[in-house]
Design a protein around this ligand. Structure first.
Ligand SMILES: [Zn+2]
Length: 436
C-alpha cells in the first residue's frame, strides 16, 4: 500500500496530464436523465427533470467566454456586458426583466444573478415558480435567448452603468484583487492571463466608446460558445421542444473568430514574486510547480476520477501532517498549511502542484523551508498506510457524491455539475463505474 501511494504521488508530481492507469480507461456513463442536445447553430442544451423543490425550475446560460478574450481597449467589458444583461433586452426593455422576475418572486441577487470570470460567464435564474406561473417557462427561455443575442446596449443605460461598475471597483476591490493585479504580470509573463482580471481598468470603464462593448458582444456571445441548462419540475420533452423552437434561429456570426484558450508558458528559472498591501494582514506563501492541465477529452473516463480521488486523499494526508506539526510544536513553523494540485492560479490551460502556508512576517523563511521540506519528503518517501484517511474515502468518492440519494438531490445543486460539463466536459457520472 505504501508503495502504491508513493507511486501515485510521484505520478501526480511528474505527469498529471497523463492518466495513471491508461490501460484501464473506461468511459463514465453520463446521467441518463439529462437530455443533452446540440442545435445546428452550435448551441448545446442540458435539460433534466427534478422535483425537489416541487413546482420550480432553474434556468442557466453558460458562456465559454470571459475577460481573457478582451482586447487591451476592452479591459473590463466582459464584466460590463454581464451588468448590461439586466439593463434592457429585446423582449424586456429598460428594467422590465428585473421587474417581471421580482413580481413572480424571483429576487435579484438571491435568485437572479451572474458572474464573469476570465474564461467563462454564467447567468442564472433560480427557483422560478413554474407551476404557479406557467407562463414563466416561456418568459425565462426568452430571457436566456435575449441574453444570448438580444441585448439592447442602449447608450443611456451604458453611461449609467459606468458609475455602478466604478463603485463596485471602489468598494469590492479588496487586498486579494490588488495583490493579483501586482502579481499576475509576473507569474504569467508573456501570457494573456497577465492583465485580464474581470474588473478591468477604470480608464476603460469610464471612457470606452459604445462600439467597443457591442463589438465584444457580437464577437463572443454566440451559440457555439453557449450552453443552456434547465433543471426542474417540468416535462422534459416539452421543454426540449421549446428550447428548439426558441433558440434554433440564432445565427452564428460570419467568419467567427477562433475561441483561443491562451497558453501559460513554462519557465526555466524559478519565478519569484512578492507583493504587499496595506489591508493584507497575514503573510501567505505559495510554492507552485507547473504542469500541463488535463485536456478536456481526458476528463470523461475513470482515470480522471481516480486521479481526483488520489489528489483529494493526498491533500488530506498533507493537511493531517501539517496540523500535527502545528499542534505539537510550541513554536510552529506556520499557522497553517496545505498542499493541493489544481489550476495554476486562475489559468485554465495550466495546472500546478501547490504548497500553501500562512505565517507571521518574521517567520517566512522557516515556513517556506518547512513547506518545501515536507513536500520533498512526501515525494521521496510517500505516505504510510496508517496515514490513509480511512473514514473519508466514502464521502470523497466522486461518483458517490453524484449518485447518493439522487432522488433527493435539490434542483439547485444540479446545475453546478451540469454547468461544469457544459463548460469543461467534466464527467457527470450516472452510476458507479467498475474500477478494477
Ligand atoms: Zn459586477
Amino acid at each position: 500500500m505504501k508503495r502504491i501511494f508513493k507511486g501515485l504521488l510521484a505520478a501526480l508530481l511528474v505527469c498529471c496530464s497523463i492518466p495513471v492507469l491508461a490501460q484501464q480507461a473506461q468511459p463514465i456513463p453520463t446521467d441518463p436523465n439529462v437530455r443533452i442536445g446540440k442545435l445546428e447553430n452550435g448551441l448545446t442544451y442540458y435539460i433534466r427533470h427534478n422535483n425537489l423543490p416541487e413546482g420550480q425550475a432553474d434556468f442557466y446560460i453558460a458562456q465559454k467566454v470571459g475577460s481573457i478574450l478582451e482586447e487591451e481597449s476592452q479591459r473590463g467589458l466582459a464584466h460590463f456586458l454581464e451588468h448590461m444583461c439586466f439593463n434592457g433586452t429585446k423582449h424586456f426593455p429598460n428594467n422590465r426583466l428585473r421587474e417581471y422576475l421580482e413580481n413572480i418572486g424571483v429576487k435579484f441577487g438571491a435568485n437572479l444573478n451572474a458572474y464573469t470570470a476570465m474564461d467563462e460567464t454564467v447567468y442564472n435564474i433560480n427557483n422560478v415558480p413554474i407551476h404557479k406561473v406557467p407562463a414563466a417557462i416561456d418568459s425565462c427561455l426568452w430571457i436566456l435567448r435575449d441574453w444570448s443575442d438580444g441585448l439592447t446596449l442602449g447608450e443611456e443605460e451604458i453611461d449609467k452603468e459606468r458609475g455602478v461598475i466604478h463603485e463596485e471597483w471602489r468598494t469590492r476591490m479588496g487586498a486579494t484583487m490588488r495583490i493579483y493585479e501586482k502579481v499576475f504580470p509576473l507569474t504569467f509573463p508573456g501570457s494573456q492571463y497577465a492583465n485580464r482580471l474581470p474588473i478591468g481598468t477604470m480608464e476603460v470603464v469610464d471612457n470606452f466608446p459604445y462600439k467597443a462593448l457591442r463589438d465584444y458582444y457580437e464577437k463572443w456571445y454566440r451559440p457555439d460558445q453557449q450552453g443552456i441548462i434547465i433543471v426542474g419540475d417540468f416535462d422534459v420533452d416539452q421543454m426540449e421542444a421549446k428550447v428548439k423552437s426558441i433558440f434554433s434561429d440564432i445565427e452564428m456570426p460570419a467568419n467567427a473568430a477562433d475561441r483561443i484558450y491562451y497558453p501559460v508558458h513554462d519557465n526555466k528559472e524559478p519565478i519569484v514574486t512578492i507583493a504587499t498591501d496595506k489591508e493584507q494582514q497575514r503573510v501567505i506563501i505559495q510554492y507552485m510547480t507547473k504542469h500541463n492541465a488535463i485536456p478536456n477529452e481526458a476528463k470523461n473516463d475513470v482515470n480522471y476520477l481516480v486521479m481526483n480521488f488520489a489528489k483529494s486523499m493526498m491533500s488530506q494526508m498533507f493537511s493531517d501532517r501539517f496540523d500535527e506539526l502545528v499542534e505539537q510544536s510550541a513554536n510552529p513553523p506556520f499557522m497553517g498549511a496545505t498542499v493541493f494540485d489544481d489550476d495554476y492560479l486562475i489559468a485554465k490551460t495550466k495546472d500546478a502542484f501547490t504548497g500553501y502556508a500562512v505565517c507571521k512576517e518574521d517567520g517566512i523563511e522557516t515556513a517556506l523551508t518547512t513547506l518545501v521540506r515536507e513536500m520533498e519528503r512526501a515525494r521521496r518517501h510517500g505516505f504510510t498506510e496508517g496515514e490513509l484517511p480511512v473514514p473519508k474515502p466514502i464521502t470523497c468518492v466522486p461518483w458517490k457524491m453524484h449518485t447518493t440519494n439522487v432522488a433527493r438531490r435539490k434542483t439547485r445543486s444540479m446545475p453546478k455539475s451540469t454547468c461544469a460539463i457544459s463548460l469543461t466536459t467534466s464527467p457527470s457520472p450516472a452510476s458507479k463505474p467498475n474500477i478494477p
